[in-house]
Design a protein around this ligand. Sequence first.
Ligand code: AGP
Length: 614
Amino acid sequence: MCGIIGYVGPRAAKDVVVEGLRRMEYRGYDSSGIAVVDEGSLHVRKKAGKISNLDAELALAPLPTTHIGIGHTRWATHGGPTDSNAHPHVSSNGRVALVHNGIIENFASLRAEAEAQGAVFASETDTESAAQLLGLELANGVDLFDAIRSVARRLEGAFTLVAIAADQPDRVVAARRNSPLVVGVGDGEMFLASDVAAFIEFTSSAVELGQDQAVEITRDGYRVTDFDGLPAEVKPYEVTWDLSAAEKQGYDWFMVKEIHEQPQAVADTLLGRHTVDGQLTLDEVRISPETLRRIDKIIIVACGTAFYSGLVAKYAIEHWTRIPCEVEIASEFRYRDPIIDPMTLVVTISQSGETADTLMAIRHAREQGAKIIAICNTNGATIPRESDAVIYTHAGPEIGVASTKGYTTQIVACYLLGLYLAQVRGMKFGDEIAEVMEELASMPAKMQTMLDNQQQVKDLARDLIDAQSVLFLGRHVGYPVALEGALKLKEIAYLHAEGFAAGELKHGPIALVEEGVPVFVVVPPRGRDQLHDKVISNIQEVRARGARTIVLVEEGDDEVLPYSDVTIRHPKCSTLLQPLLAVVPLQIFAAEVATLKGYDVDQPRNLAKSVTVE
Ligand code: AGP
């Protein structure tokens, strides 16, 4: 997610803005920029890369010292991390500079409209469409605050917009939908920001803007309305966090913050993928439908958690497309002498897009003639650059080493790929795809339910703090969830944990079960009864040997109760989508155990966020 700051007041705007951007570096970004107003003109400096690049630019070409400005750190979504794609974006008529956080779904049609009115675009971003439209409104004599509301009413998707106008050196305007915006209320100065970290050193008085609200700030105060200009109620509050807490928005750890960001991350990953005429569209799938129709094998290649999301994908892709789908650990794949030809589609999954094992694996696959699709969370990273096509997960930067929102958004991207392949190959009709997309759209709210009911899991973590080993069982898509739950516990709580296919119990692992051993079991929803009943039997088997059973099961399914010591419920969902819900308690459990043990949840020992060596 991008970092935004706006300022008006007695201080030097350029200093306040750049320092505010630095305070938001933790959010992750790949370019930054600043705009100020001086003597009827907009002055902009922006650079790809770290803020140090912007500093160098400012040293070469200093900005005038003024008292109004906006700034931005960009996490690239539409368009790679380049100088021209960096924000702020200035309308070609020079009237307005704008920064944006979020995804504007209908940017293409708005761009065409602006170009038809003479706007000349300088970037490939969705944001510039809003900047150009705003400049056209001002050129038609519309007041700046009215103009930003007018533009906001026309945007679809998620956005926080903040803008300044060349001829208005005393006010900053903004509007938000499905993306955060907070006002910092100072004494004779005002701030706008995506989070309080940007201005907390200047004031702890803040006002959070609500959905579909717009705001105008001047030195003397702020005015909040809805998108139609009617006054809106807002609640001022005092920020009690210090800067470090502000970066985590009040959570103890980035990982915990990112667990809680999953509903929004999944919603953002789904944004704009399903057109009104029921067609699936995927970012940059530059592989022709004809080629995709010839694919006769899919190999998913990834590491760690990304590999486990690939295991979930296998069940969905094979069920929807009837294409054989293998899932390989990248470091094994490239030494296995795999059977690959031009009709093989290799799907690589990587949050960072820089994992060396995965990168080497796809280079090997390319040499063998395979087509490569990357599922990645980092725009412009090496792996998507070296792939034929990419599906970006819009999870925003994932700071915690242990992947959480990366995992769930990878699963969603894999679902989208499976449905897209089924659509292209005629294996699913539009109504069938719409049915799955409709259920996917309901998942963020269901994931939020898991987050709202987390106290039970936290209490369980306290109960099990002295466990020496924890087992995780699942069948079908529950099996990769079991593997992921075990990995989280290993990674951050340094606790021995193993995930097993429940059907494997009798083939060895059940020997590990003795009195009191905690065993998590992911029970499939009732839709697939033969799976469901077999897992019930597995629970009975481990319970009979003294296991403490912690059962993750759908609401209303009471058949497990006689064998469940702790029952964790999730909202109803279809079998294939269950991982999005079942994994959330396992993430919370691992983070809570690690926290109670006093470990660094964000930076666990021996691990790096991106493993760029083999
Ligand atoms: C997961 O919590 C770990 N951080 C690790 O397994 C990670 O998923 C793996 O290294 C792959 O990273 P990538 O998604 O950036 O390629």
